[in-house]
Design a protein around this ligand. Structure first.
Ligand SMILES: NC(=O)c1ccc[n+]([C@@H]2O[C@H](COP(=O)([O-])OP(=O)(O)OC[C@H]3O[C@@H](n4cnc5c(N)ncnc54)[C@H](OP(=O)(O)O)[C@@H]3O)[C@@H](O)[C@H]2O)c1
Length: 304
């Protein structure tokens, strides 16, 4: 039986991977996260607590399980926090990746590393895998530095870049664009949303499936895995409102210049998905299909 080890298994992608792999019969899943397990359906996998900033623990745990594949989702993902807490960001997003590379190489594991559209400057999206990286934020730089470590040092690797991931899991440590938009629209308060940033938002289940396809094929190299619909953040929020039939009277267009955030965001990202579609048969949901998946989960079962 093949063994897959996931880091950051309490996170949005981490829990979706746990949900996916516990339904795959010929894979043994080792889910690892910081502190206790927060995935609610404790069946058909092994959980081990792992703080990836502890070099010795990373090597010991990976040497104990010798996974065929490591899917590395853990990161400091709050872009503004990375800008203001650069040292902590570097420890988690770069230094820890070098520990994982070392442990993966020592145990013959294929390393699937998660990265971001924020490695691009957003002047010419949608982007292909080999387009030039030029981060605007410390988060973007940390993820690009980690990509370069993986490319230079890992023996067997894939890098999965993704965009604006949305979905729901148990006990989330942070929200995401769709849950935030739905909550804000429902509250009826004044809402200023940028109309000059363009993204292809990604259903967390699609991202988990992209990782699974790469693991299954032991694919090597960089893959862009995102949603297929490209829109401004304002349009995204408007489509969330339309889907749940929420009022837009207090929804206002704004520009990036009018929003005060610590980290600069790339204006137009989005991905060209041809490589993932061709090599992996990656087939993401449309945005509204993704909202329907989320809606069913909000009404009951997180494993749907
Ligand atoms: N979400 C997005 O929009 C987005 C966009 C582009 C790229 N990505 C990339 O995709 C990957 C997955 O993102 P996500 O949305 O699943 O993020 P997430 O929900 O924030 O999950 C990250 C997980 O990392 C865990 N973590 C933090 N410090 C750790 C440590 N020292 N040791 C072990 N685990 C630690 C967190 O634990 P706690 O839950 O306990 O805090 C959290 O569960 C990340 O690499 C991210 O950079 C995400």
């Amino acid at each position: 039986m093949k063994r897959v080890l996931v880091t950051g298994s309490n996170g949005l992608l981490g829990q979706k991977l746990t949900s996916l792999y516990t339904q795959v019969k010929d894979i043994e899943l080792i889910a690892t996260g910081k502190g206790p397990d927060r995935y609610p359906y404790k069946k058909d996998y092994t959980y081990a607590s792992l703080d990836i900033t502890n070099e010795q623990d990373v090597m010991e745990l990976i040497s104990r399980y010798k996974p065929d594949t490591i899917i590395h989702t853990a990161a400091m993902t709050n872009v503004d926090q990375c800008e203001t807490e650069k040292e902590a960001c570097r420890k988690l997003n770069v230094d820890a990746v070098s520990y994982l590379i070392h442990a993966a190489n020592a145990n013959g594991s294929h390393l699937i590393h998660l990265s971001t559209d924020f490695i691009f400057d957003g002047t010419s999206g949608p982007y292909a895998e080999d387009d030039e990286a030029k981060p605007l934020s410390y988060y973007g730089w940390s993820k690009l530095d980690a990509e370069n470590l993986v490319k230079e040092k890992a023996n067997s690797w894939a890098i999965v870049r993704t965009i604006l991931v949305f979905g729901i899991v148990a006990d989330m440590s942070r929200s995401n664009i769709v849950l935030w938009a739905k909550g804000a629209l429902e509250s009826g308060k004044e809402l200023n949303v940028v109309d000059d940033q363009f993204r292809s938002a990604t259903l967390a289940e699609d991202l988990a499936m992209g990782c699974r396809l790469i693991e299954q094929k032991q694919a090597q190299g960089i893959y862009h895995i995102s949603g297929k619909d490209y829109m401004s953040v304002f349009e995204l929020v408007s489509r969330v409102a339309a889907f749940w039939n929420l009022p837009t009277d207090n929804l206002n267009r704004s520009t990036s210049a009018g929003i005060n955030q610590a980290a600069q965001r790339p204006p137009k990202t989005g991905f060209i998905l041809d490589k993932a579609v061709h090599d992996l048969a990656y087939n993401p949901h449309s945005f509204e299909e993704g909202l329907a998946v989320l809606d069913a989960q909000l009404k009951g079962d997180l494993t749907l």
